[in-house]
Structure formats: structure tokens, C-alpha cells
Write a protein of this length. Structure first.
Length: 107
């Protein structure tokens, strides 16, 4: 275990999240993307407190693909400084983790 990650991405809308999820899965950089619409974020940006509606995209991938996946998301994201963070999966259903392996790109 420990070779897999969840990648948390915030994005401007459900439609943008769906398009990005499809692109990432098609590129085999993640096995799956979950889109959670309807989130409101409160954050500081350029000295001001901002509030906005967003969607969350959660991607399941292998640790070996993280650098490429993060670069891929940043290149296609509409924000100047997108939230793209990876969280390690420390344990899980072995069959599910194996599925992530089989559905992502291998060298």
C-alpha cells in the first residue's frame, strides 16, 4: 500500500470539472474522477476576502503519475493558482487499488 493517491482539485463549475475529469481519465493519468458540484469557498486572494461557488474534483491515481497529473491539471485549469493537492491512500480495498493500477498509464 502507499502507491496510490487521491488528488483534490477545486474548479469553477461542474461542467469544467466534468471536462477535466474526462481529459485526465482519457490520458490514463487517473483511473477515476468524482465531481462534487455545489461547493462554496471562502478564501483570501490578492489581499481581499473572496467567496465563490465551485465544484470539487477528486481523482484516483498512482503516486508515480502525480507530477504529470498535477502539470496536466494546471495546464487545463482556468485559475491562475489552482488548488491541486495529493493525499496518500494509506490503506484500501486491494481489488480497488489494483483497478487503479490497471486503468492508469504504466511506463
Amino acid at each position: 500500500m502507499g502507491d496510490h493517491n487521491l488528488v483534490y482539485v477545486t474548479i469553477g463549475s461542474r461542467d469544467e470539472a466534468l471536462a477535466l475529469a474526462r481529459a485526465v481519465v482519457e490520458a490514463r493519468l487517473a483511473a477515476c474522477g468524482n465531481v462534487l458540484p455545489g461547493m462554496t469557498s471562502v478564501y483570501r486572494w490578492q489581499g481581499a476576502i473572496e467567496e465563490g461557488d465551485e465544484a470539487v474534483l477528486i481523482l484516483k491515481t498512482r503516486s508515480a503519475l502525480l507530477e504529470r497529473l498535477i502539470a496536466f491539471v494546471k495546464d487545463r485549469h482556468g485559475y491562475a493558482c489552482p488548488c491541486v493537492v495529493a493525499l496518500p491512500i494509506i490503506a484500501g480495498n486491494p481489488a480497488f487499488l489494483s483497478w487503479i493500477d490497471s486503468e492508469t498509464e504504466h511506463p
